[in-house]
Design a protein around this ligand. Structure first.
Ligand SMILES: [Zn+2]
Length: 482
């Protein structure tokens, strides 16, 4: 998906796209559009998803009109993904640098405008925002930094934005930010005396924007979701900080969000997104019960992206067909879901997980599957490791053994409870080396690789459930949660 002539630099949550020019690389076909090649260097741009001519013009420091004329485009609203555009007089420089910003909890357009020294109009146009007030968490915004210096309205000089909370007044804010009251009044064109209201957004002149999101609804002081955007079949980690002691409950995609609280005001949760969930924007609701009895309901809009999973056909031998009998698989599936959909409050996992087998990965999580040419209604629910029969199976993280059983489809099966609704399953084992209630440590041998149950050869199937959904276990090998 990445334009081969672009270099993607990741700086924390911010990706900077630098356009690299193919100087003097204008093909003869450029003339077909009827335009005349302007002097100077040109480059070819391949249109990516979510791009429009405005963005592309901004990226190369040129104009929509120039690109349209040079490429014979009659309707500037109509360009196609994959279309090759010849960019005349492509520039690098201040306006050729594109910053993308992934919207985090608490981000508001006014705060982004202040942080990136741009305008609401430029942000809206660059991102086709029909309603700029409705951002969603995980949204990737193109930020036209310094887009047309003259476009910056008066009063949008560098500064930060403050969302007024109960009990705050202009004097307290002046003290908090160490600036004169007059400066606050002038920067926000407030009438005097200047009563403030809850939720009012004030520009704080001369104070650089904080690293983290501001503007969260009180009593939330901080909210971090990672990774963003959230995706099908992936785990979303949430960390919230409240102003004082509170209990938090919540819901997302029709399932509960269960938070663990420590130090009274720090709250964390891990949430598994179904691999079959429809990509889209979903409400995430939080109910915050403060120690003083005050209840706050908050709804955040969170984007869930496609996981980009492949599809495959699996043909089973005739004697294995009975294993597809829904009556048989249904009972076993329910028994497994009952254990792996649980929740225990003690957290055993700590940091990134290890690999449960030294074998090579032979099948990824998430691949859409159809059995014997049926519909693509299921997906590969774990990660397969190709290891020889009898090879050791290793606990990827600490936990408590919640199930050991010989099952028809999954074969010799072990389930480990890692706490906070995180469960590992290990299927098709030749031998199980632990028993229910055992406390296991990371790296401990818990069984041996085999080919029991519905299996076409010796391998380990490692399955991970988070909050009642099967998720990609390899995400937990690559990052720590929450
Ligand atoms: Zn598998």
């Amino acid at each position: 998906m990445i334009d081969p002539r672009s270099i993607l630099l990741r700086l924390g949550g911010i990706a900077v796209l630098l356009a690299v020019l193919a100087a003097g690389h204008a093909p003869a076909t450029a003339q077909e559009g009827g335009g005349v090649a302007p002097p100077g260097s040109s480059t070819i741009h391949i249109v990516q998803r979510d791009e429009n001519l405005f963005r592309i013009a901004l990226q190369y420091g040129t104009t929509v009109e120039a690109i349209a004329a040079f490429n014979g485009i009659a309707d500037v609203r109509v360009i196609a993904v994959g279309q090759r555009l010849l960019i005349p007089n492509a520039q690098t420089g201040a306006s050729g640098v594109l910053v993308t910003h992934t919207v985090a909890p608490g981000d508001s357009l006014s705060e982004l405008v202040a942080r990136y020294h741009t305008t609401i109009e430029a942000l809206a146009e660059a991102n086709n925002l029909s309603n700029p007030a409705l951002l969603y968490i995980g949204q990737r915004l193109i930020v036209p930094q310094g887009a047309g210096a003259g476009a910056q309205p008066a009063g949008s000089a560098p500064g930060t934005v403050h969302s007024v909370r109960p009990g705050q007044n202009i004097y307290r804010l002046a003290v908090q930010y160490g600036i004169p009251v007059n400066a606050l009044v002038e920067a926000n064109q407030l009438a005097w005396p200047a009563p403030l209201f809850f939720g009012q957004t004030l520009r704080i002149p001369g104070v650089s924007a904080p690293e983290r999101a501001t503007g969260l609804p009180y009593p939330l002081l901080d909210a971090q979701f990672q990774p963003l955007p959230a995706a099908q079949g992936k785990t979303l980690g949430l960390r919230l900080v409240t102003d004082g002691a509170a209990q938090i409950s919540g819901a997302f995609m029709g399932r509960p969000l269960r938070f663990a609280t420590h130090d009274a005001s720090q709250h964390a949760a891990v949430f598994g997104i179904s691999a079959l969930a429809q990509p889209g924007i979903y409400p995430l609701t939080l109910t915050i019960d403060a120690a003083n009895g005050q209840r706050t309901e908050i709804t955040l809009r969170v984007q869930v992206e496609s996981g980009g999973y492949a599809a495959e056909q699996i043909v089973l031998a005739a004697e294995q067909d009975s294993l597809l009998d829904p009556a048989l698989t249904g009972v076993e599936d329910e028994a497994v879901a009952r254990v792996m959909g649980g929740f225990t409050t003690q957290r055993h996992f700590d940091g990134m997980m290890g690999l449960p087998s030294a074998g090579a990965i032979t099948s990824q999580f998430g691949t859409r599957r159809s059995y014997n040419h049926g519909a693509l209604s299921t997906f590969h629910s774990g990660t397969d490791f190709g290891a020889g029969p009898g090879a050791p199976i290793i606990a990827p993280a600490a936990g408590v053994v919640a199930l050991t059983e010989a099952l028809s489809v999954r074969g010799n099966a072990t389930i480990i409870d890692h706490g906070w609704g995180v469960y590992s399953g290990f299927w098709h084992q030749a031998e199980i080396k632990v028993k229910v209630g055992d406390v296991v440590t990371p790296g401990q041998v818990i069984g041996l690789v085999g080919s029991t149950g519905r299996s076409t050869g010796p391998h380990l199937h490692w399955e991970l459930w988070v909050g009642g959904a099967q998720v990609d276990p390899m995400q937990w090998v690559q990052q720590s949660f929450p």
